[in-house]
Design a binder for this molecule. Structure first.
Ligand SMILES: NC(=O)N[C@@H](CC(=O)O)C(=O)O
Ligand SMILES: [Zn+2]
Ligand SMILES: [Zn+2]
Length: 345
């Protein structure tokens, strides 16, 4: 019976740290578990320039609690008017690790996103030539497309044609939620990968809608039916280097979630590793956790793995019903539940 698991320190390849008081309240939760994180640029206003990316990185570093070491990896927010030279310069100077495609209107703070992918063809070609990765929120936004179908339709209408036009573009299909996405990434060449969140491994859409509407289970892309959750669990735990950890931890104040029009986003960073590890244990794949959490992400991003080690022990952890992070009360993923693992450090 395994009672502890020691692995290289993981990284989070998709997180929302926000800004100001919220940043100060949440960054420690990420920095406690992860050495590095790909930080999403969907602030208001979004991070679109090298100067804004560098300034945001400084604000994050200033907010990291005393005694923790953490490296934020910055992303540029693509708009219809993105300048290829600015992005590639940010990548060359080490300010930007990647750029992020939000289809306009697809999710939180995506209003300035891209209205038509063909408008940024030149930007994406320049990125591909520079080897700069593209992170994608993969959902279409046409009103007639059902919200549960938006990821699968995105593959057919946007992603597959995009890779046909620019086959060498390095793409991370982020927070995938469907069997179609798993299948697409598996059959794509090595320059296409995906991140998987803890919530999409744990919950299906019933968790959000049965027995009352549960706003803290709502994020985008929305959780799908059980067959999709099973496909995601197989992908995450199956040892394929194309699938790696990205929490999509997305804090919104409790009252913004518990609302007639609640925000999309699940705050999972405080117990992220415990949450993922429970899944790996249930799938009989504890031996593959380090690959998913600590090796496949750096390999795809062409970064070294972390040298430091961390330990998780098989001790029950109670997840609080709510966390006061100063700026807000946040209801974490697994609120009120007991998880079987504890992150020691
Ligand atoms: N995942 C979410 O539901 N929300 C994210 C945005 C995103 O990643 O799509 C957020 O910024 O709140
Ligand atoms: Zn997203
Ligand atoms: Zn996100």
């Amino acid at each position: 019976m395994t009672s502890t698991l020691t692995i290289r320190r993981p990284d989070d390849w998709h997180v929302h740290l926000r800004d100001g008081a919220m940043l100060a309240g949440v960054v420690g939760h990420t920095a406690r578990q992860f050495a590095r994180a790909i930080v999403m640029p969907n602030l208001t206003p979004p991070v679109t320039t090298v100067a804004a990316g560098a300034a945001y990185r400084e604000r994050i570093l200033a907010a990291v609690p005393e005694g923790m070491s953490f490296t934020p990896l910055m992303t540029a927010y693509l708009t219809d008017n993105s300048d290829p030279a600015e992005l590639v310069r940010g990548f060359a100077e080490g300010v930007f690790t990647a750029a992020k495609l939000y289809p306009a209107g697809a999710t939180t703070n995506s209003d300035s996103g891209v209205t038509d992918i063909l408008k940024i063809q030149g930007v994406l070609e320049a990125m591909a030539d520079a080897g700069m990765p593209l992170c994608i929120h993969g959902e279409v936004t046409q009103p007639h497309v059902d919200v549960f179908d938006r990821e699968a339709v995105f593959i057919d209408q946007i992603l597959e044609p995009l890779l046909g036009r620019i086959p060498h573009l390095r793409v991370i299909f982020e927070h995938i939620t469907t069997a179609e996405a798993v299948q697409f990434v598996e059959s794509a060449p090595a320059n296409v990968a995906a991140t998987i969140t803890p919530q999409h491994l744990h919950i299906n859409r019933n968790a959000m809608l049965v027995g009352g509407i549960r706003p803290h289970m709502y994020c985008l892309p929305v959780a799908k039916r059980e067959t999709h959750r099973q496909a995601l669990r197989k992908a995450a735990t199956g040892g394929n280097p194309k699938f790696f950890l990205g929490t999509d931890s997305a804090p919104h104040a409790r009252e913004a979630k518990e609302s007639a029009c609640g925000c999309a986003g699940i705050y999972n960073s405080p117990f992220a590793l415990e949450s993922y590890l429970t899944v790996f244990e249930d799938e009989g794949a504890l031996g593959r956790f380090e690959d998913f959490a600590s090796r496949f992400g750096p390999a795809f991003y062409r970064l070294p793995v972390n040298e430091e080690m961390v330990t998780l022990e098989r001790v029950e952890t109670e997840v609080p019903a709510s966390l006061d992070v100063g700026a807000a009360h946040l209801v974490p993923f697994h609120a009120g539940e007991t998880l079987r693992w504890r992150f020691v450090g």
